[in-house]
Design a binder for this molecule. Structure first.
Ligand code: GLV
Ligand code: GLV
Length: 331
């Protein structure tokens, strides 16, 4: 008998077809976002879940489903999953790293350039029919070329962002849990390691790529925003909760920083409505990895992990380590 799995959200139909060769699949192509209670119920009898960042997998879902063996997230981040609880229960958790690095780095630049050069703000103005004459001082923004880029969280995505700054002749500074090797620093446009405060003080443009964890909650708050240049841009492609969004709204409103490009929000898809009134904020709905090719690669990667775990092989992208014996046997 094929193991049962839940595909928790709508996904490319060919991925469902592939999973169906191995599993009895309960899919959710109508794409209803399950509540935590409903998810716990949907997981009954399932050995694996193809999840996205909208599914909270915590002790409720885990304890009520002792047969669960695999949680495969279609995302590089996995802060929707209680890793400790999963590990204790012998559940293997996987993510989709690497396949999205370059696409996500591209998008960080899209946000950075839109925010610094006021692309969406000026477009809205044009669409509103307000363009009557050219003016010397219309929509003056901040230059990218020759400026200093600060990257907070210099993992693989941060390095891909830094590499792109070479063409803009920028200086790169970064702060990270640990310093990169000389070789990696060189490849990241000769990025220079600095303390976190220095990063916020010196950068003309700050990009956040740190993964979310409770220790990094509001790592960018009032104090960090106060260190930034009045003209500086802040880009968040990391996670909601990394930035104290209310402090950011105040800083943008009072023009204590120049602009922000934001792809993620605290409590998304909800966000503070004050953002909508800020002309100097570029707002996108968590789409940094959303190219056709990359979203397909992420879906395939999550499926590969699910198939590997439930057929007793080594998962390509584990984020925890569980006793393999506990994941290969019959439930
Ligand atoms: C997207 O936010 C991801 O974690 O892949
Ligand atoms: C602007 O369009 C210019 O010609 O300088």
């Amino acid at each position: 008998m094929k193991p049962k799995i839940l595909v928790a959200r709508a996904i490319f139909p060919d991925v469902i077809a592939r999973l169906s060769q191995y599993f009895e699949v309960e899919s959710n192509q109508e794409d209803k976002v399950f509540s935590e209670d409903e998810l716990a119920i949907r997981l009954q009898g399932k050995q694996g879940i193809f999840a996205t960042l909208s599914e909270r997998i915590g002790s409720k879902q885990i304890q009520s489903n002792p047969q669960l063996k695999a949680v495969c997230n279609m995302a590089v981040g996995y802060n929707n999953i209680d890793i400790e609880a999963a590990t204790r229960a012998g559940i293997a958790v996987t993510n989709t790293p690497d396949v999205l690095n370059e696409t996500t780095a591209d998008f960080a630049w899209a946000l950075l350039m839109s925010a610094a050069r006021r692309v969406t703000e000026s477009e809205r103005w044009l669409r509103e029919g307000k363009w009557e004459k050219w003016r010397y001082d219309s929509f003056l923004g901040m230059d990218l070329h020759g400026s200093t880029l600060g990257v907070l969280g210099m993992g693989r995505i941060g390095q891909a962002i830094a590499r792109r700054s070479m063409g803009f002749n920028m200086r790169v500074i970064y702060h990270n849990r640990s310093r990169l090797s000389q070789n990696l620093e060189d490849n990241a446009n000769h990025a220079q390691y600095v303390g976190k405060e220095e990063l916020f003080k010196q950068a003309d443009h700050v990009v956040l790529t740190v993964p979310y964890s409770s220790q990094l909650h509001h790592i960018v708050g009032r104090a960090e925003l106060a260190l930034m240049k009045k003209t500086a841009t802040l880009v968040n492609i990391a996670r909601g909760g990394i930035v104290d969004d209310q402090a950011l709204i105040q800083a943008l409103k009072e023009r204590r920083i120049g602009a922000a490009g934001l792809d993620v929000f605290e409590n998304e898809p909800a966000f503070y409505p004050e953002f909508l009134d800020l002309p100097n904020a570029v707002l996108t709905p968590h789409i940094a990895s959303a190219s056709e090719r990359t979203r397909r690669a992420m879906a395939d990667c999550a499926a590969d992990n699910l198939i590997a775990i439930l057929t007793g092989q080594t998962a390509p992208n584990p984020v925890n380590s569980v006793n393999p014996a506990s994941t290969t046997g019959n439930p």
